[in-house]
Write a protein that binds this ligand. Structure first.
Ligand code: SF4
Length: 505
């Protein structure tokens, strides 16, 4: 006999009434009115983005549009809309054209922007990379707005580099012979390609296959060219003497966590007043050593004047940077670079006993010579400039060392007398060191991490840009500009737009 489902047995003989639930009907069809304007509230950031973009000069984005009134042709999407879609997507941590196209179908903020239309992902993807000059100008125009609001002073700018993963895997990096083999195969495949019209598969599939093969061949040719550049740079590390077959512009770099990986080096300059990014660039250089001067030039190009002071970490304080900043009359504040003497490991390899390491030699400043543990003099021999130091070499007479009972511990296997190197700071470095010992300079330097690393963390953590989606230095730089532009607009929303809106309520 079937059990009565409207009652649940509690215990033998007891029952309680069934819960009255709302039914879910997934078979119904509904027509609902949508008031587009009310899809997002008045203080929603998507309104701020639309408002700001609408107030900027977008003429460079309109310049190439051929669809005009009075002439046959389909209307195009307004650049104000495409820019706003990308900025809002980056703000929300998205960086995929397909994802934006999907979001246009149901997300209220995207629906408000598009007026319930769906923008094709091809249009979005092409727009992101097709307007380099216009995008650079847009970045500058937004800086103009921020400057007008008093958020940029250029009194103090913090500069830092951060590695961002390239869109390539470790396995895509190959040595020359492997790349040559792959290229030969790709060329053979391209030569064997038939006419797409006569293919058994559809014409569209055949054409896509041919395009894929040609692009593969081009990428391999670019990878071989990149490898020539890498070899010309005489990189000593074998793992760096390879090029990627998927992104030939990517370089193997040391990441923050100590691992090597395909990356680009993003250079970001941040004004200390309101943490606004005033300059962005992307390089293939594995270190930041040569990036300070280009950073100052970028800031000057963007804002029409040089920063008064640049604050950097020890990776950028070198002789060339100091000379460049002196020439540009920009005050440099930074960590002191590490001073390198002869590493104990190298002395150990030469068989020198720790009792005869350089600290056992006494320097006589008056006579400008060293005295060794056996009491013999080491006279000045030569000097060479290495970075921000001058290396002065002092050497004992060969005859003194030959007859010395300590020779086996002090300079084994050397026919010449023992030498000791004294490293002295260049005049520029000495002045820099003196400045950095003052409490004022140290107090300024302490602000560096909080300002310089803030946009890096925002872009990587909030926007999720830990890896570029695009490939190639030009496109990757465009992606970095989109991200930094979005970051600056977020600062404008937080510091200007929202307070003004609240004041109006
Ligand atoms: S080997 Fe030469 S430098 Fe070394 S302790 Fe003897 S005399 Fe001095």
């Amino acid at each position: 006999m079937e059990k009565d489902k409207s009652w649940t047995a509690l215990s033998k003989g007891e029952q309680q009434p069934r819960v009255r639930r709302k039914e879910i009907n997934r078979q119904q069809l509904l027509l609902r009115p949508v008031e587009v304007e009310k899809l997002v509230e008045q203080g929603h950031p998507v309104r701020a983005i639309w408002e700001l973009v609408g107030g900027l000069n977008l003429q460079p984005f309109y310049a190439d549009i051929e669809s005009v009134e009075g002439v046959a042709g389909r209307p195009v999407w307004d650049p104000q809309l495409l820019i706003s879609l990308w900025l809002y997507a980056y703000k929300e941590g998205g960086s995929s054209a397909r994802e934006i196209a999907r979001l246009c179908e149901y997300h209220p903020a995207y629906q408000w922007l598009t007026g319930l239309e769906v923008v094709n992902y091809h249009t979005l993807a092409d727009f992101r990379i097709e307007h380099k000059e216009a995008l650079d100008q847009l970045f500058i125009d937004v800086l103009g707005v921020l400057s007008h609001e008093g958020l940029i002073t250029l009194q103090r700018v913090m500069h830092d580099g951060t590695k961002v993963k390239a869109c390539a895997s470790d396995k895509s990096f190959h040595r020359k012979t492997t790349l040559q083999d792959h290229l030969r195969l790709a060329r053979e495949q391209v030569e064997q390609m038939g006419d797409p019209e006569s293919e058994e598969v559809s014409k569209r599939v055949a054409k896509a296959r041919q395009r894929g093969l040609r692009e593969k061949q081009e990428r391999l040719e670019e990878a071989l060219k990149a490898l020539e550049q890498i070899e010309a740079s005489r990189s000593k590390e074998e793992k760096k003497r390879r090029a990627s077959s998927t992104d030939p512009d990517a370089r193997v770099m040391l990441q923050a966590k100590g691992a090597y990986g395909p990356s680009y080096n993003a250079q970001i300059s941040t004004d200390a007043k309101a943490k606004v990014i005033v300059g962005v660039g992307v390089t293939q250089a594995p270190t930041d050593a040569a990036e300070l001067e280009p950073a100052v030039e970028r800031i000057e190009a963007n804002l029409g004047k040089k920063p008064v002071q640049m604050v950097v970490d020890g990776g950028l304080t070198n002789q060339a940077a100091m000379e460049a900043m002196t020439e540009k009359q920009v005050d440099l504040i930074g960590a002191l670079p590490e001073r390198r003497g002869v590493a104990p490991d190298r002395l150990k390899q030469r068989g020198v006993s720790p009792d005869f390491y350089p600290q056992a030699f006494e320097y006589d400043e008056g006579a400008d010579c060293y005295r060794c543990p056996a009491g013999k003099g080491l006279q000045y021999e030569t000097e060479e400039r290495q970075g921000a130091s001058v290396r002065r070499r002092y050497r004992a007479k060969a005859s003194d060392c030959r007859g010395c009972p300590f020779q086996a511990q002090c300079c084994p296997g050397t026919k010449r007398g023992r030498s000791v190197v004294r490293s002295e700071a260049t005049p520029e470095m000495a002045a820099f060191q003196a400045k950095m010992e003052t409490p004022e300079a140290q107090a300024i330097y302490k602000q560096r991490a909080g300002v310089a690393e803030f946009p890096n963390a925002w872009i990587k953590d909030k926007m999720g840009l830990r890896q570029f989606r695009l490939r190639g230095l030009v496109k990757v730089t465009l992606e970095a500009v989109w991200a930094c532009l979005t970051y600056n607009i977020c600062q404008w929303i937080r510091l200007c737009w929202k307070p003004q809106r609240l004041a109006q309520v």
